[in-house]
Design a binder for this molecule. Structure first.
Ligand code: ADP
Ligand code: MG
Length: 615
């Protein structure tokens, strides 16, 4: 180094402070320095590409827009070179000697505000170029700015005592950063190690990256291109890459927006639901990019949780590059992205459900649990998600499905409730007593078969201002059917109820005359509607005293032949009548899934058989 060309500078105080932290940090993800340097190279190439649109001449016009990375195990170095815009001396001083960039500023601000652990904060903000000093105390930046008459320069620093700038003839346009690795960081001089890092972070970088002369990034950032420039094959290839999958996606949604946020997003719905019952939740599959540079391949808060089945990429240039996993949750920008894209996707599904219903139904059959989870957990999108749901219904054939909207348009004029019944299948609903009254009155009932439906209806009290009500719920006021009033002797019926309540004791809370039953002798109802075995188990875990039968209301149908016979048997065969009353109650509990203890029932049935044969 000749002294006349050498120029020694000290770092701005903040840079010094930053470097002290970086150098002494125990931060474990040191590999991020590769990402930072590649991203700077991308920026420099991007800027040159821009300049070429307006400038007639640039230095070294024949050099391609590419990034060359070389590792040297013997010399223990890694070199990152680009043919981008390069830097002048002034630029070296202001860019690498002062803190201009937002990430580093935010980093320092955070540091000064609290006593948070350094390692944590580095991960949170990234430290741009200075991250090189995590693995090195000897960094050389060779550079030549893009103008034809620019100087050939070399910037060097140990990250401690300032930096030197000297002239260094023989440079190409662009920047070459040579990093002499510290003791303990030798891994970064290995081709395979760097290849792994690049594949992870930089696969969609829009410029060729060559590692020791070999191209490592294969896939283009196709999400940045206009839709018309992309063939179906390219989309498919990209899907397979991004989702690490071999299937064909069911749907793809590609959209580019400038406002209110810069977003380039390409999302896929895979062919199959990636979650199997009992195997837990999959990780989110949409990667977050900032101008083609990967920020996080599986960000947790980028999309609502229920969208974790989506694959693909969201790219927003508005994001700070070094936003990290930890800070993402608190980022207003990420929240905005989250809302925007979730809304877009729901709208997309809504459109698909109308334009190709068959295809949508197939999707729905596979993925409905996610949509329902969304209804439960994603308040902001609940109303729009509800519109996508489909149910079988008493008004339709088995296999046909209706939306809530369909139901509402079919409602009777004075009907103000949406009726549903939860059961494992249609047959169970149709063979249980609850549906009779609704069929007889032409009231439509939605059939809910999924275990998650129970939680879902619990979360949505109403749709379109119509309350959702289980038909197994007690206390539903139904209109009297014509003909019923005259037939039933009210006094006699209520006497029968009273007698039954006495016979049954605490086993039921009330016995009432039913307005709803048509063909069945009795039905067991609970104020909250029916409860599945899983739900009951859960309730018992919360409250050991919980009993789902405590509140049972038994409704009897005095018009039914069996009840009429029972009414006369009360006086003539009191012993048998009591047994039959108990059995009617147990049968009703059994059909309602409310019978908790069935042992008595068996001996009782034998007793009833015996007594009727003895007659
Ligand atoms: P940021 O990229 O967020 O601006 P960095 O610390 O990564 O922050 O880089 C600081 C600055 O140094 C950049 O803004 C850029 O002006 C300059 N710089 C870094 N690397 C290069 C490069 N390869 N080519 C040209 N300029 C660069
Ligand atoms: Mg940078």
């Amino acid at each position: 180094m000749s002294s006349e060309s050498e120029d020694t500078h000290s770092f701005q105080a903040e840079v010094q402070q930053l470097l002290d932290i970086v150098i002494n940090s125990l931060y474990t993800d040191k590999e991020i320095f590769v990402r930072e340097l590649v991203s700077n190279a991308v920026d420099a190439l991007e800027k040159l590409r821009h300049l070429q649109l307006t400038e007639k001449t640039v230095a070294d016009p024949d050099l391609g827009l590419e990034i060359n990375i070389a590792t040297d195990e013997e010399a223990n170095t890694i070199t990152v070179a680009d043919y981008g815009i390069g830097m002048t001396k002034d630029e070296l001083i202001s860019n690498l000697g002062t803190i201009a960039q937002s990430g580093s500023k935010a980093f320092l601000k955070e540091l000064s505000e609290g006593d948070r652990k350094e390692a944590n904060i580095i991960g949170q903000f990234g430290v741009g170029f200075y991250s090189a000093f995590m693995v090195s105390d000897e960094v050389a930046v060779y550079t030549r700015s893009w103008t034809e008459d620019s100087e050939h320069l070399c910037w060097t620093s140990d990250g401690k005592a300032g930096y030197q700038i000297e002239t260094s003839p023989g440079q190409h346009r662009g920047t070459k950063i040579v990093i002499k690795l510290k003791e303990g960081q030798e891994e970064f001089s290995k081709d395979s190690r760097i290849k792994g890092i690049l594949e992870n972070y930089s696969n969609f970088v829009p410029f060729p990256i060559l590692l020791n002369g070999e191209r490592v990034n294969t896939v283009e950032a196709i999400w940045m291109k206009p839709k018309s420039d992309i063939s179906d094959e390219e989309y498919l290839e990209f899907y397979k890459f991004a989702a690490k999958a071999f299937d064909e996606p069911r749907y793809r949604m590609h959209f580019n927006a400038d406002a209110p946020l810069m977003i380039n997003s390409l999302l896929f719905v895979p062919s199959e639901n990636p979650e199997r019952p009992g195997f837990g939740q999959v990780d989110p599959g949409v990667s977050l990019y900032c101008n083609k540079v990967l920020i996080d391949s599986s960000p947790k808060s980028l999309l609502p949780d229920w969208l974790r089945f989506l694959k693909g990429v969201i790219d927003s240039e508005d994001l700070p590059l070094n936003i990290s996993r930890e800070s993402m949750q608190d980022s207003a920008l990420v929240q905005k992205l989250n809302r925007l894209i979730a809304k877009r996707f729901i709208k997309f599904l809504d459109r698909e459900s109308k334009s190709d219903t068959g295809k949508f139904i197939e999707f729905y059959e596979n993925f409905r649990s996610f949509l329902k989870e969304g209804v439960i957990t994603d308040l902001e999108n609940r109303d729009d998600l509800l519109k996508l749901l489909r149910f079988e219904s008493s008004a339709e054939q088995a296999g046909e499905s209706s939306t809530l909207e369909d139901y509402v348009t079919r409602m009777q004029e004075d009907q103000d409730k949406i009726f549903y019944q939860i059961a494992p299948d249609r047959q169970t609903i149709e063979s249980a007593p609850y549906i009779e009254a609704f069929k007889a009155r032409n009231l439509e009932v939605l059939f809910l078969y999924d275990p998650i439906d129970e939680y879902m209806v619990g979360a949505i009290p109403s749709y379109a201002d119509k309350q959702l009500v289980s038909i197994a719920q007690s206390g539903i006021e139904l209109e009297e059917l014509p003909g019923n009033e005259q037939e039933a002797d009210e006094k006699q019926a209520s006497a029968l109820c009273q007698w039954m309540k006495e016979s049954l004791g605490d086993r039921v809370a009330e016995v009432n005359v039913s307005k709803r039953l048509v063909d069945s002798p009795a039905a067991a109802l609970t104020p909250g509607g029916q409860m599945s075995p899983q739900m009951k188990q859960m309730m018992r875990q919360i409250d050991p005293e919980f009993s789902s039968t405590k509140e049972v209301h038994l409704e009897i149908n005095p018009r039914h032949k069996l009840l009429k016979s029972l009414e006369s048997a009360r006086a003539s065969q009191p012993e048998l009548a009591k047994l039959i009353a108990e059995q009617i109650a147990d049968n009703a509990l059994l059909s309602a899934g409310l019978l908790e203890e069935g042992r008595d029932m068996v001996s009782r049935v034998y007793e009833i058989m015996q007594q009727s044969l003895d007659k």
